[in-house]
Design a binder for this molecule. Sequence first.
Ligand SMILES: CCCC(=O)SCCNC(=O)CCNC(=O)[C@H](O)C(C)(C)COP(=O)(O)O
Ligand SMILES: Nc1ncnc2c1ncn2[C@@H]1O[C@H](COP(=O)(O)O)[C@@H](OP(=O)(O)O)[C@H]1O
Ligand SMILES: [Mg+2]
Length: 222
Amino acid sequence: MDLKEKAIASLKKHASGDAFSRLPAALPKASVLIPLLLRHGKLHALLTVRSVNLKHHAGEVCFPGGKSESGDTDETHTALREAEEEIGLPSHTVQVICKLFPVLNKAGLLITPVVAFIESSFKPRPNADEVSEVFTLPLEFFTKEADHSCYPVPSVFGPTHSFMYTDPRTGHIHQIWGLTAALAVTVAALALGKKPEFELGFDLDDPASAFRDVLNRRLSKL
Ligand SMILES: CCCC(=O)SCCNC(=O)CCNC(=O)[C@H](O)C(C)(C)COP(=O)(O)O
Ligand SMILES: Nc1ncnc2c1ncn2[C@@H]1O[C@H](COP(=O)(O)O)[C@@H](OP(=O)(O)O)[C@H]1O
Ligand SMILES: [Mg+2]
């Protein structure tokens, strides 16, 4: 199996499918697309920098995504629609792999990560109202200790991971932390089948169980 096939097989083992379709319908929902691509024979992930003019998470690094709208058929549709709106990614060129466990953020928004492969030749067209920059980086970066730190302060799940990434193309230094870092670390570990050099905060063989516990605890308080 090649690198991409291996990653797909491993990620699919952790697909959440429709396990969460019976959650309260009134719960506001959002999706993020975790776009993977092959570059120079390595798996890469694509990230965006949010516009400084946005009301929420201004200037932060995140995956393309956003809130569900009434016309969306499911979580994957939301992720693909948002990615098309934010970075001009044509939905028909995207190979969706799976949905991972949803995460409930502090504001009570249920965020579903959708993992997908995009074409290596994709040229982003950022929508300046929402996105100021788009960059890709090797997925392996999220398994290394070198530019990583970890705060005991728990975020949406487990400790808060933070990475400082210097983009060799632009020289820009990006901090990737919180939800986005947690998702990137999870997908890197699963897709590469590689334990990170740092303490993860959950069992790699069954990441869903930790996420399920956090979700159930939060849901019981709603
Ligand atoms: C949501 C958890 C709080 C954090 O982890 S803040 C730390 C760093 N910032 C992020 O990881 C960005 C998190 N936010 C998002 O990805 C998006 O705001 C959203 C929650 C998916 C909603 O999309 P909008 O585009 O803001 O509508
Ligand atoms: N054309 C536009 N100009 C400015 N802001 C926009 C916009 N379209 C969407 N937004 C804002 O961008 C944020 C992300 O939207 P989405 O969920 O579609 O990704 C939302 O704001 P907040 O960050 O204040 O929630 C939304 O109101
Ligand atoms: Mg958005």
